[in-house]
Design a binder for this molecule. Structure first.
Ligand code: HAM
Length: 429
């Protein structure tokens, strides 16, 4: 027997029984984005490797060890997108829309990172996100945070996530802080773990993000970036806090929140949950005012976030808000060859007449008993039974499967009106 092929580690099928939960999440995202007037953008999954190297930072985990990079047939280095902010900025510069007044975009789709796979961390995962360009003030930050909160409420998980915010100031302020931080970390280098020692020079701010319990005391005592911030940066952050207070959004200021990608300045934030173990960040983002220029464009402020959809679905399932996929309204049982052919045509006509109808037609023949068993298993409200006698009489037997309403004959001409009650009842749910 030849070897059975499996999907790649960290890349999962979404099976039919799970698709409904995805569709509901996707519909919720679309609805909220429309409510805020954001426009959808779809960028390619493959980009030049240089795009991510130049935007995410050479010393970040993503660029150092997680990108799916390969040389294609034209000998160009390409990378499957590990995130979508860089692609949105690239697209905005390429098409010029980042310069044509403020733009607010959203997206949804797969991203790829070669990470060690565990619950909530995958190699192909989906994000939805927003990116807004041309808006320098904290009002847009407050808006995208409120947008996130509205979606969490709609998904029934707002009590299970909390917001953490911080400010990273400007690049110059961060450089001053970085020097102070390196001095401090060097003084206690002997207490650092191997990972942090490696980061000490390449990316010292990331040491603050270490989850190693042995380092938490040392991180608590570390110098604070706030002390290096100028008055503009402080005012920006205080303004955001006032806006969040006015919107009744709860948050915690977390000085060690530095994010794992290099393009941020000023505000950074994460929505986190306690309910998913180590992979607790369900949404993360912040301001990246230098990125458009860094990628060859004219200086243009940017801000956004992205949310891991698998993590949201795990959380929704965890808090018990998952719902069953909709069953068909009706299952069409077809007895005999003539009924088989006429039944397919009847089903098409019913779908024309009742666009909301969910009708499953039996295929493959079989006894009435086996077909009725399938009808029952489908979860349908009623079985529509069409045999030779019904065909000759231009009527059909309608048998209730989920109530004791019994069975009765309905003329072909009245069938759509009869089934409309089920469709209307579903629509009112
Ligand atoms: P990020 O923090 O790398 O930021 O990812 C955002 C979210 O994507 C995470 O909080 C998490 O929910 C999800 N995520 C990341 N990696 C994985 C993974 N391997 N498996 C499952 N879920 C994952 C960004 O991607 C930025 N582009 C966010 C942003 C947009 N900043 C400004 N605009």
């Amino acid at each position: 027997m030849s070897e059975r092929l499996q999907s790649l580690s960290g890349m999962h099928d979404v099976l039919p029984e799970d698709v409904h939960a995805w569709q509901r999440l996707e519909a919720g995202v679309r609805e909220v984005m429309e409510a805020y007037g954001y426009a959808e953008i779809r960028t390619p999954l493959l980009e030049h490797t240089a795009l991510f190297e130049r935007s995410l930072g050479a010393a970040t985990d993503v660029v150092e060890k997680e990108m799916y990079t390969f040389v294609d047939r034209d000998k160009r280095s390409l990378t499957l997108r590990p995130e979508n902010t860089a692609s949105c900025v690239r697209s905005g510069i390429q098409h010029g829309f980042v310069y044509q007044g403020p733009s607010r975009l959203w997206y949804m789709g797969p991203m790829f990172r070669h990470e060690r796979q565990q619950k909530g961390r995958y190699r192909q995962f989906s994000q939805f996100g927003v990116e807004a360009f041309g808006l320098p003030d904290p009002d847009i930050e407050a808006e995208i945070i409120a947008l996130g909160q509205r979606l969490w409420k709609r998904l029934g998980i707002d009590r299970d996530v909390r917001l953490e915010i911080n400010t990273l100031g400007t690049a110059a302020e961060r450089a001053a802080y970085r020097a102070r931080l390196v001095d401090y970390l060097q003084a206690c280098e002997g207490d650092l773990d191997a990972d942090s020692r490696r980061r000490l020079h390449a990316n010292p701010l990331r040491v603050l993000d270490s989850k190693n319990p042995a380092l938490q005391g040392l991180i608590e005592e570390a110098p604070r970036l706030w002390d290096d911030l100028g008055s503009d940066s402080r005012r920006h952050f205080e303004h955001l806090r006032a806006l969040l207070d006015a919107l009744d959004v709860d948050y915690r200021v977390v000085p060690r929140l530095v994010r794992g990608l290099d393009y941020y300045s000023h505000t950074v934030f994460e929505w986190v949950t306690e309910r998913l173990g180590a992979q607790g960040a369900v949404c993360a983002g912040g301001r990246y005012d230098g990125l458009v220029e860094q990628l060859g464009g004219k200086p243009t402020p940017g801000v956004g976030f992205a949310s891991g959809m698998e993590r949201l679905l795990l959380l929704i399932a965890e808090v018990g808000k998952a719902v069953e996929p909709p069953a068909p309204h009706a299952y069409l049982v077809l007895l005999g060859e003539r009924a088989g052919a006429a039944g397919l045509a009847l089903a098409e006509r019913l779908r024309d007449e009742l666009p909301g109808l969910r009708l499953r037609t039996h295929c493959g023949g079989g006894s009435v008993k086996s077909q009725m068993r399938r009808a029952d298993r489908s979860g349908a409200q009623v079985a529509l039974i069409l045999g030779e006698a019904e065909l000759d009489g231009r009527q059909i037997q309608v048998k209730a499967l989920r109530s004791d309403a019994g069975q009765r004959s309905v003329a072909f001409a009245d069938l759509a009106a009869h089934l409309d009650d089920f469709v209307a009842a579903g629509a009112a749910d």
